[in-house]
Design a protein around this ligand. Structure first.
Ligand code: NAG
Ligand code: NAG
Ligand code: NAG
Length: 475
């Protein structure tokens, strides 16, 4: 693994958008709102156009609630069409749906096509600026007589879940509550040990078939042995049907990184029904993968051939993939550099593996190396303690009305809130849930645990809405 910290959140992104096709075709209107580029200083006074999407088909006027998706690190239309839960409950709640794009993603570029051209333009890519955008947009949305008494509920998944929770913490006068789905709010700094993520991932593979995690553990040394000879390197290129053959020992790191990425991504899309977004996949794809990895003790070549069959479940389920491309980032067409920049500034997430309690090669978390890489790429250095200073780390008892939902089949669970902290900081665990399965559309194959979780989430939202209307009536 090259640098898990840098790439970890790329995986988060993938998980947000991968999954089944949306069932109901969401129809919405697209709007743009002029936002200050810098909410926290006065010298940079220009504005940019923030995109947001609105569906008010079911909105009960006046005063019906607004469900506000706090957009995360991709084009907002992706989240709009992959957060079926909001579309499913809009009618029941009489809610308006709003999907707000995160600055520096999709069309919401503060400096147009220059936004990514220089670190000085990227300077305004922070979670604080994004939250301020959301707060100001909500103020604007509540500017009419029909909406002025509308309670707003923040909803988000993954990084979007962090933003939803943080919006409620920092702007409790703006949103009455938040649903933070699969938000690894404690993955920062040393709130949880750096090896938990890969351990959790390994356990998912262990549970998905006998011999599976063990085969993957053994594959790394088998690959290393292959890379020792030119014949071995040639053999590997053929056995894995690679588009461009591996050339020399130097290619080993990238090859192994690509494999690691594949295992990580599989866990993210381990949904109970066939899914088709980035890669068409069968139901419970890790079980399918593991069917090929039952025997952890054959010779190197047989082990690696099995490994090829296993990753082919991910890359070639349709049978239409002519060859495997190791330089292809699986989420490549969606991950712009924005998340990498965020990971190099505020969103520093330590990752490590030990090769004993997890199925990966040992890799220490080395902040200095990480920081140097960030400096080389962006000319900036990360501030790994800032998120905790800003949002409280484990000390969030002063907050209220936040649901933290997590799937037990999601390795990001390890950084999530797994036990309720108070009556209004509620944890919901979804036994058979992968990464924010609860935000996806109802599906005939949904496990009972996610159906129950969604029902509970709606019940809390109704409670917040009711409390809000009681307050409005009192004033
Ligand atoms: C940005 O767009 C402008 C006008 O559309 C164009 O002239 C310019 O070359 C572009 N710059 C970059 C860095 O792409
Ligand atoms: C994908 O599957 C098809 C059909 O089984 C096969 O012909 C093709 O070689 C496979 N591609 C790779 C990369 O293995
Ligand atoms: C492999 O993927 C990279 C990155 O997406 C692309 O530039 C390259 O053309 C691909 N190679 C082949 C042979 O498809």
């Amino acid at each position: 693994m090259a640098s898990p910290g840098l790439s970890g959140w790329g995986f988060l992104l993938l998980s947000c958008i991968a999954g089944s096709v949306v069932q109901s075709d969401p129809t919405y209107e697209t709007f743009y709102f002029d936002q200050k580029i810098d909410h926290f200083g006065f010298f940079e006074d220009s504005t940019y156009r923030q995109r947001y999407l609105v569906s008010d088909t079911h909105w009960r006027k006046p005063g019906g609630p607004i469900l506000f998706y706090t957009g995360n690190e991709a084009d907002i239309t992706v989240f709009c069409s992959n957060t079926g839960f909001m579309w499913d409950i809009a009618e029941e709640l009489g809610a308006m749906l709003v999907f707000a794009e995160h600055r520096y993603y999709g069309e919401s570029m503060p400096f147009g096509n220059l936004s990514y051209s220089d670190p000085k333009y990227l300077n305004y890519l922070t979670s604080e600026q994004a939250l301020a955008d959301f707060a100001i947009l909500i103020r604007f949305l509540k500017g009419s007589s029909e909406s002025k008494d509308s309670p707003v509920i923040a909803i988000g998944g993954s990084y979007g879940g962090l933003l939803a929770a943080w919006l409620r913490m920092k702007y409790p006068h703006v949103v009455v509550g938040a649903l933070a789905a699969s938000a690894p709010i404690w993955q920062f700094e040393d709130s949880v040990p750096c090896n938990l993520y890969y351990q959790a991932l390994t356990n998912i593979f262990k549970k998905s078939g006998p011999g599976c995690a063990e085969s993957i553990t053994k594959s790394w040394s088998a690959i290393n042995r292959m890379f020792q000879t030119n014949d071995g390197i040639r053999w590997l290129s053929g056995a894995f049907h690679l588009c461009s053959p591996l050339k020399c020992q130097d290619d080993a790191a990238a090859f192994k990184y690509w494999l690691s990425e594949t295992w990580v991504n599989l866990a993210m899309v381990n949904y109970p029904y066939p899914a088709n977004f980035l890669e068409p996949l069968p139901a419970w794809p890790i079980k399918e993968v593991c069917k090929n990895l039952k025997n952890p003790n054959p010779d190197d070549k047989e082990l690696l051939q099995n490994l090829f069959l296993a990753i082919n479940v991910y890359y070639n389920y349709t049978g239409n993939t002519p060859c495997l491309n190791t330089s292809q980032n699986v989420a490549g067409f969606l991950v712009n550099n924005g998340w990498k920049y965020q990971a190099c500034t505020e969103m520093v997430i330590p990752f490590c593996s030990d090769g004993v309690t997890d199925m990966f090669e040992p890799q220490m978390w080395n902040f200095e190396t990480f920081s140097d890489n960030c400096y080389k790429k962006w000319g900036i250095r990360p501030r790994p303690t800032w998120i905790t200073s800003m949002y409280g780390g484990k000390n969030i008892m002063a907050a209220s009305n936040i649901i933290f939902s997590n799937g037990e089949l999601d390795p990001w669970l390890v950084g999530g809130v797994k036990q309720s902290l108070s009556d209004s900081l509620v944890a919901i665990l979804i036994t058979d849930g992968a990464h924010h399965l609860d935000l996806r559309s109802n599906n005939a194959y949904d496990p009972r645990s996610v159906i129950e979780a969604r029902a509970l989430e709606v019940a809390y939202m109704k409670k917040w809405i009711k409390e809000h209307s009681q307050q409005v009536n009192r004033i």
